[in-house]
Design a protein around this ligand. Sequence first.
Ligand code: SF4
Length: 387
Amino acid sequence: MPVKVIRYGRYNVKALSRLLDAALDELGVSPPSDVPTLLKPNVVVATKPRSAAITHPAVVEATIRAFLARGVRKIIVGEGPGLGADEGRLFAAAGYERLRRKYGVTLLNLNEAERVEVTWKYGTLRIPKVVTDAFYVNMPKLKTHGHTVVTLSIKNQKGLLSNADKKRFHLLGLHEPLVELLKVVKPDLVVADGVVGMEGEGPLNGRRKRANVLVVGTDALEADVTCCRLMGIDPKRVKHLKMAMDQGLGITEPVIRGVEPEKADFGVEFKLPNEKYGRMLNVYSWRNPYACSMCIDAFSLAVKSAFRRPKHWGTLLRLLYSAAFRRIDVIQGRHAKVPEEARGILLCLGNCTKDVASSEKDAIHVGGCPPDAESILEALRSALRRR
Ligand code: SF4
């Protein structure tokens, strides 16, 4: 089945809805009206659409309108945010609450949804029942990712997992379980938001990157391969996409309608994240494939939350001052090692780093699974005061 690339550069709901409607016609997609439709955007944390870290509500709204116009009666917008995310604020911060009021759609926290067991390579896996009952539309954001190079529809499926399974995926190396998940849970449709994506230190700390596209397809691998090409990234660089291609889980050279990415004149090239670490000022956050996303981003989320809380402004100032003269190295996840380059302050985040922290003189350990922002800021405050 071809993949449709819609070139459009604004979050104008009516126009997006019209374009999407035409794309569904072109691809011959007709969602059943007698079962619910599940829209699964990427809303990994409670943040505003402007951050470009989440699927824009205008794309979700355009999809709702296109599906309602096709006779779908029940639409559920569901997401299971990352460990430690502020679940209570998730949909409101993302601008999705308005969609509930305006269209009567259900907003569902998948972390609390009823689950059913499916058999997969590693035994059994508990996935939300609604995924098996509904017409399932996977709606990723075009983003680079410090861990997996890109995060697109196949990676977006991680939001379907329980918190325990999210951790298990990281312990299993992430890429292979993502491919195995695709074998047992396949989207009926992918609508990827690339009007404005994110490049560099994604999935949360990158920069906005305008690509002016929506990508629509009925096969997750083909849609992801197309998105990679639009981002100027070789899909074979992405381990789980390469594994899926090698295992014949989809066509590796999808027929693309709307634009030929290699010949496209918009020349969009997403900057890749640094493979070894994410850097903010003089703070180096070292990558570890076994670390869960919310441990990886715990430090930057803590710093961002400090801006909103006056009691931590002193710590922020100390951090800025300290980072001008000395580096801070942050490690997280099981099997974490102290990098050779580390000097200055070593911050070990999460229960997984307890042992390595106890073997390092002067290391600061913040427990938790994942550690919470308050504990990280408190640990930073006392460390920066002492030094
Ligand atoms: S401490 Fe962090 S990396 Fe370890 S299991 Fe918990 S969330 Fe995952």
